[in-house]
Design a binder for this molecule. Structure first.
Ligand SMILES: Cc1ncc(COP(=O)(O)O)c(C=O)c1O
Length: 408
């Protein structure tokens, strides 16, 4: 029995008659009981539209929503509550920056630098900006160990660069990119840094003030919170200069027939009724993560990562992408292929053994092109996984080629 199963009831479920082995944590994590309870309590006892009502329930909903903002502020080391915006997810956060900052401040000939490994959510919005403004996308290419070298950083971030957009951790290679170094380089040429922490903040502490990034995005659902709540951090001075992204209720100051003025931060960027239940769930998730502790999360995940990579190295016909020699700079996202077997078939065979992994392009098609593959399998770990889980995964993987009539 998984020792975390009391907190994560889904881990007690059976899939295809087998114990669930959930290794798709980079897509979304499971939710612990305190998060489920916080959301349930809110809807049972305190649900009302925040910021609108003058009655007690609405005031309580507003307080809980703003408490959640304060929790996030402390969690990410932001200076002010106003620098924390709630969104639906990392994708919306990144689109907000692209539409509001990118379309306003970029000019023809400017460059946007980004690793080729970026998730589409931190790539396609920048293509839109580049096309609209006549700017250019300049890609940084990781080396065979999944690293962004100093030479690559130095060559691609130049006086023409106005935006550097990058993930803290790649959702395919598991590489942890040298954010501080990249922020220093970007600021030395006057560029702003848009950091996508969707894959890092569930596993590593992120302090936006220490890192110095200008914007930072993440999704609640990848760090134990419900789906539908995300965060954008932005430096106050930049957010104040940016136009609203979405317009409508709640984000205005005065509306006249032909014009409107806008509310101060953070409301300027939070149009319409907000996801109070989601924010409360995120607040509970942050408290839960703090209780588990990042030290414990990292220790468990590093052990599991080494155990998994060592196990994969012993299975013939398996290729792992990204750094296998560079384990200190990677996390528990492991992309691999089995020779002669389509990743979808690998995932289907593993599913029959109760093992949930992802197969496909992982919303990173430019990286797939760079790696010269169409798709990969991806197993991704979280602290509630166990060596037993990995044993079941490796045992099922060993059988894949045999089941498909290929040589072992
Ligand atoms: C690195 C990275 N960025 C952004 C996203 C987008 O997250 P969401 O779908 O929650 O908006 C993902 C999702 O997998 C991701 O891995």
């Amino acid at each position: 029995m998984n020792p975390w199963a009391e907190d994560f009831p889904i881990l007690k479920e059976t899939i295809n008659g087998k114990r669930l082995v959930y290794l798709d944590n980079a897509a979304t994590t499971q939710k612990p009981v305190p998060v489920l309870k916080a959301v349930d309590d809110y809807y049972r006892k305190a649900n009302a539209n925040p910021h609108r009502g003058l009655y007690a329930l609405s005031v309580e909903a507003t307080q809980k929503y703003e408490d959640a903002r304060r929790t996030v502020k402390k969690f990410i080391g932001a200076r002010k509550d106003e620098e924390v915006l709630f969104t639906r997810n990392a994708s919306e956060s990144l689109n907000l920056v692209a539409y509001s900052y990118g379309l306003t401040f970029l000019k023809e000939g400017d460059e946007i630098a980004l690793p080729v490994s970026e998730h589409h959510s931190n790539l396609v919005p920048w293509q839109m900006v580049a096309q609209a403004k006549g700017a250019k996308l300049v890609y940084l290419y990781p080396d065979a160990q999944g690293r962004l070298t100093d030479a690559e950083i130095g060559a691609k971030i130049t006086a023409k660069t106005k935006i550097v957009a990058l993930a803290h951790v790649s959702n395919v290679l598991g590489s942890i990119y040298p954010v501080k170094k990249i922020v220093e380089k970007a600021h030395s040429v006057g560029a702003v840094v848009v950091l996508d922490c969707a894959q890092s903040i569930p596993h590593y502490p992120v302090n936006v003030t220490e890192l110095g990034c200008d914007f930072m995005a993440f999704s609640g659902h990848k760090m134990l919170a419900p789906m539908g709540i995300g965060v954008l951090y932005g430096k106050e001075e930049l957010l104040n200069r940016m136009p609203p992204f979405l317009r409508g209720g709640e984000m205005i100051e005065y509306v006249h027939e032909q014009s409107a003025t806008f509310a101060p931060l953070p409301q300027k960027f939070e149009a319409g009724t907000q996801n109070v239940g989601g924010a409360i769930g995120l607040d509970a998730a942050i408290h839960y993560l703090r209780n588990v502790g990042y030290d414990r999360i990292q220790k468990t995940e590093n052990e599991l990562l080494n155990y998994t990579l060592d196990g994969l190295a012993e299975i013939p016909h398996v290729t792992v992408y990204g750094g296998t020699d560079n384990r200190a700079n990677r996390c528990g996202v492991i992309s691999f292929n089995v020779e002669g077997v389509h990743p979808h078939d690998v995932a289907t065979v593993l599913d029959a053994a109760g093992v949930a992994i992802r197969a496909g392009h992982h919303c990173a098609q430019p990286l797939m092109e760079y790696l010269c593959v169409n798709s990969t399998c991806r197993a991704s770990l979280y602290f509630y996984n166990t060596k037993d889980d990995i044993d079941v995964f490796l045992a099922a993987l060993r059988k894949v080629r045999g089941w498909l009539g290929l040589g072992a």
